[in-house]
Design a protein around this ligand. Structure first.
Ligand code: SAH
Length: 355
């Protein structure tokens, strides 16, 4: 039955693992443990404790972090984020849904949150045979939550934000990219969302233009600018149209930062996604001043660092510019990359200097 715990054995009936099953799902079985142990509140208590412990290094830099990242923390189907004492949770599978009350109880015990918001609204829930929910399930959740990341203040909303509220996975990369930004640099933050990359650049004294299609995201940028006492230019536009227009003008930039949404959620979409990424990177390279930098990210594991490097090679050839790799990047450590789970390495980034 959907949600039941099953034992997985090899052909010699040797125990391999315990998992939960869902005949309705494309992923029929997800592993919970490689030990033959009871799946009870003690089990979840241990898992949650270990996951929180892994994030100690992040806590030194920010009061917002992903506490539990599904399979990468051996709790498949469960996402838990902490935003300054408010938890955002997602139960994405039928199997993990069965343990909802145990898990919530354990989170309250270990994290003592001010409130918990259940954002189990992902489409995958329907494929799993579950309905979606979006509501406060414990305590109170402020409509706007203040978080701090490497000295930059952000306001975010668990209730209205995209994804689970804030792009926590880019935390380390926002800091890495900002190391290459200097006072008075001109910076384009394309697909800016709440303005993470641009705000870090502004703190370095740069002039930043924020571009996004979502009004909601741009309102967050506006509040975040005020919060940090910074000034930037905000433009609501489709990134592809905006870049096309900029290529026709004479302006060139010290930094072009491109952090698009996932274009290739499935393998089938890779071809068209690569075309989109190619356009973005080529535009970035052409818009960069001599010695300027370009950062591009892919948040689909189908387009990884090798694909980004290939795109950079062809951009170099096409635009006849010499391109130097400064950094390769991936998701921050609160989104662990497990070697045996290739799609846990879902975020790749490349930072280059263009001559
Ligand atoms: N850089 C951000 C995260 C970017 S997420 C950060 O560090 O927080 C991707 C963003 O792209 C979303 O905010 C989404 O609104 C925006 N977006 C999606 N399609 C777009 C398009 N065609 N043009 C401009 N922005 C777009």
């Amino acid at each position: 039955q959907s949600g039941e715990i099953v034992k997985i054995q090899d052909q010699n009936a040797k125990f391999l693992a315990l998992g939960y099953i869902n005949p309705l799902s494309e992923i029929t079985l997800r592993v919970l443990s490689f030990n033959d142990e009871p799946i009870d509140s003690e089990f979840f208590s241990k898992r949650i404790k270990n996951a929180i412990k892994k994030r100690e290094a992040v806590a030194l830099r920010s009061n917002a972090a992903r506490l539990i990242h599904s399979e990468a923390d051996m709790l498949p189907g469960l996402i838990v984020d902490n935003y300054n004492g408010y938890l955002g949770v997602q139960f994405n599978t039928y199997g993990i849904e069965q343990y909802r009350s145990i898990i919530i109880e354990e989170l309250i015990r270990q994290c003592a949150p001010k409130g918990i918001y259940d954002k189990s609204d992902a489409k995958v829930r329907r494929k799993e045979g579950l309905s979606t929910t979006n509501e406060v399930i414990y305590g109170e959740v402020a409509p706007q939550i203040l978080i701090n990341e490497d000295g930059v203040e952000f306001e975010m909303s668990l209730i209205e934000g995209q994804k689970t509220g804030f792009y926590l996975d880019q935390r380390a990369n926002r800091e890495i990219v900002s190391r290459y930004i200097k006072n008075k640099d001109s910076v384009l933050d394309i697909f800016c969302n709440a303005g993470g990359f641009g705000l870090h650049a502004l703190q370095k004294g740069a002039d930043v233009t924020f571009v996004d299609l979502s009004q909601n995201a741009l309102s967050q940028v506006e509040s975040n600018l005020k919060l940090n006492n910074l000034i930037g230019e905000i433009i609501r536009a489709d990134a592809f149209e905006y870049l096309t227009q900029k290529l026709q003008e004479d302006n060139r930039y010290d930094a072009v930062l491109l952090d698009p949404p996932p274009f290739a959620k499935t393998k089938k979409e890779v071809h068209s996604a690569m075309k989109g990424m190619k356009f973005l990177l080529q535009s970035g390279v052409k818009l960069a001043k001599e010695g300027g930098i370009v950062a591009i990210f892919s948040c689909s594991h189908h387009i990884g660092i090798n694909e980004l490097l290939d795109l950079a090679k062809s951009a170099s050839k096409e635009s006849r510019r010499f391109i130097e790799v400064l950094e390769t990047m991936r998701a921050d450590i609160d989104h662990p990359y497990i070697v045996s789970i290739p799609n846990s390495n879902y975020l790749s980034g490349l930072l280059v200097r263009v001559y």
